[in-house]
Design a protein around this ligand. Structure first.
Ligand code: GTR
Length: 400
């Protein structure tokens, strides 16, 4: 390599590293963020729970439904049914009862079913157990093995049970395929419609709908404490966990791990290394309603943003988590959403994210009703993250 080329190469590498470092280390501030507590009419200020629940939350929910995640044709179908897919089994050295449940439904156009797994601590016989539902977006056989031959840090079921929580999981692809070319024409989408309109529900909404059907079963299961159930997901699953928490108020907590763009990440912040709406709506058009693509390149012009989506979960609990090397998810944007959502909790006399600034790695901010942590490492869901989610539930008395 000629000396001049080598220098050019060094300059280029240096420039890339500098952008990444600046994005993470420097205090990049959001700009022009839509005001959570001002209604879309630009005049009405929201200062009470009644105004929030009567005016602002409904108009925000409608905005996110119409413009981002799409409209569901149905909530709980009348035809919904549960049956044991296998007899119950004592597992994990006698510490957990395993249940395998098939949930089925019939829509106007087709029928469908899927099986999920629940490991319930045996102590639940004395007192119903709180639980965590994982929306698993990684290969099921390796990550949510019901036989526990394959064990993965993505779903440390033994650890979850040991800490007194039920570990429940299903595979997102069993509800609707994660297929960018499929145009939402299979799985649960196909049970209700053959056509996809601008506002039709995308895959994120469909997967979250699946989590709600698991919740329907939990409400029938005496070993489980349906009032203390969290929904957890990573990456596309982390976006889905927020959708589940927003659209189904039975979830007492939503844990959004490394969810990034169209999940926890704020759009009104310049993080050039992170995913954009243009990119996500092109690569994964099936995750959203078709209207979402209209916002490509318009991040700073939008009159709604993801902090407002998180706020819709108030006054329930939310966990947002990032990883130090996960620039694609835009860590500071994830933190800012958690921070800027917090006034919604304050209306209820509670606290949201109690933190003045972006934390150091591995120093969780868990004092209020919104938890944030950034773990050292890459884009992943790990036992460290799970422990923080369970710490937060413990803190809020879930195992009292
Ligand atoms: C990426 C996508 C992200 C994130 C991730 C995942 O390719 O750009 O938005 O969701 O996939 O789900 O693993």
């Amino acid at each position: 390599m000629k000396e001049v080329d080598r220098m050019g190469w060094r300059v280029a590498v240096g420039a890339i590293a500098a952008v990444a470092a600046a994005q993470f280390a420097a205090a990049v501030e959001p700009k022009g963020v839509p005001e959570l507590m001002t209604a879309f009419d630009g005049k009405t200020k929201i200062g009470t729970v009644a105004q929030w629940e009567g005016v602002r939350a409904p108009e925000l929910l409608e905005r996110f439904t119409k413009c981002e995640y799409g409209r569901r044709p149905v909530d709980r179908p009348d035809t919904l049914a549960f049956e044991l897919a296998e007899p119950d089994k004592l597992m994990m050295d006698g510490k957990a009862i395993r249940k395998r449940v098939r949930v089925s439904w019939k829509g106007p156009l087709a029928s469908q079913s899927f099986v999920f797994t629940a490991f319930i601590p045996v102590t639940a016989k004395e007192r119903p157990a709180p639980g965590f539902i994982l929306i698993c977006n990684r290969p099921a056989a390796e990550n949510i093995d019901p036989e526990r031959v394959k064990k993965s840090g993505f779903w440390p079921a033994e650890r979850i049970v040991e800490r007194g929580y039920a570990a429940i999981a299903f595979w997102n692809g069993d509800v609707a395929p994660d297929d960018s070319k499929g145009n939402c024409s299979k799985g649960v989408h196909a049970c209700w419609s053959k056509e996809r309109t601008a506002e039709s529900w995308g895959a994120l909404s469909a997967w979250a709908w699946g989590a709600s059907r698991v919740m329907d079963w939990i409400e029938t299961e005496p070993l489980l404490d349906a009032k203390h159930v969290a929904v957890v997901g990573h990456s596309r699953g982390g976006k889905t966990a927020l959708v589940a928490g927003v659209y189904d108020r039975r979830f007492a907590m939503a844990c959004s791990n490394c969810s990034g763009c169209s999940g926890a990440k704020l759009n009104h912040i310049a993080l050039p290394k992170s995913e954009s709406i243009a990119r996500i709506s092109k690569t994964f058009p099936h995750w959203f309603c078709l209207n979402y693509a209209n916002f490509a390149g318009k991040e700073f012009e939008m009159d709604f943003d993801q902090h407002e989506f998180i706020a819709l979960i108030a006054p329930r609990l939310v966990c947002v988590a990032s990883a130090t090397k996960d620039y694609w998810a835009g860590q500071r944007g994830e933190w800012w959403s958690a921070k800027l959502a917090s006034p919604a909790w304050e209306l209820y006399g509670m606290r949201g994210l109690v933190a003045e600034s972006f934390p150091k790695p591995d120093a969780p901010q868990q004092e209020g009703c919104v938890s944030y942590h950034i773990r050292t490492g890459i884009h992943n869901l790990t036992p460290y993250d799970w422990d923080r989610y369970m710490d937060f539930a413990d803190r809020h008395g879930w195992r009292k």
